[in-house]
Design a protein around this ligand. Structure first.
Ligand SMILES: [Zn+2]
Length: 232
């Protein structure tokens, strides 16, 4: 797994993403692999909070009572949810990705975080900016105090789509080179557009399609996923 120390230095207890060497951590994947990762990080694998991801723009506010949603058999994931926010200390937010962009958000002043699954559709519809606005509304977070990281995902080097999709992306104002989408740039632009200072938006710059460190839907296409995890 890779730990994002630049976020952990802001006071969150964990900011990481699992790699191929950690195994398939998806909800349909290898539960033992996920448990191993959680144990290694000192958290209970039954505490994760997950949404049922649908490439939409619904954002759930996670409370203490949501602990275990999507991992405990009697506690289903937030339905049709692609981003999670919380201000509960020690509540682990988890998403599952293979090429889709994980966006990590930390606002250390008011003490709130967000973890976003921003695929092509979610990016097109502006889920990163919507999440910043929800943090403002819910917790009184100030965009100027937000730090964000765009994690390993499909890079502009490899993320080629068909002509109509490229056109739709360009029409929305997001970065496109021919038929190659730049999801990193688009999400960074959305965060900046919502008021997050450019200097506080980091891009991991690792492409899951051409780096073999991570599971990739494009390269593997077998349902295996990497798990980004963020714990306040
Ligand atoms: Zn690439």
């Amino acid at each position: 797994m890779v730990r994002f120390h630049e976020l952990e230095q802001l006071g969150v207890s964990l900011a990481l993403m699992t790699e191929v060497s950690d195994g398939d951590c998806s909800s349909r994947g290898d539960k033992a692999a996920r448990t191993r990762v959680c144990v290694a990080c000192g958290i209970d694998g039954e505490d994760l909070v997950c949404g049922s991801q649908v490439h939409g723009v619904e954002i759930a506010v996670a409370l203490e009572s949501d602990r275990g949603r999507g991992v405990r058999t009697d506690h289903p994931a937030f339905p049709a949810t692609d981003a999670l926010v919380t201000n509960v200390r020690g509540l682990p937010l988890a998403i599952f990705v293979a090429d889709c962009v994980p966006v990590y958000i930390v606002e250390p002043k008011t003490g709130c975080i967000a973890l976003i699954h921003a695929g092509r559709e979610g990016t097109l519809r502006g889920i990163a900016g919507l999440t910043v606005r929800l943090l403002q509304k819910t917790y009184g977070a100030s965009p100027g105090d937000i730090h964000a990281l765009i994690g390993p995902s499909a890079g502009p080097c490899c993320y080629e789509v068909d002509e109509p999709r490229a056109k739709a992306f360009a029409a929305a104002g997001w970065a496109v080179r021919g038929r190659y989408l730049d999801l990193w740039n688009a999400n960074a632009a959305q965060l900046a557009g919502a008021g997050v200072p450019r200097g506080q938006i980091a891009v991991a710059g690792v492409c899951t399609i051409c780096s073999e460190t991570y599971y990739s839907h494009r390269r593997c296409g077998d349902g295996r996923r990497n798990m980004p995890l963020l714990v306040l």
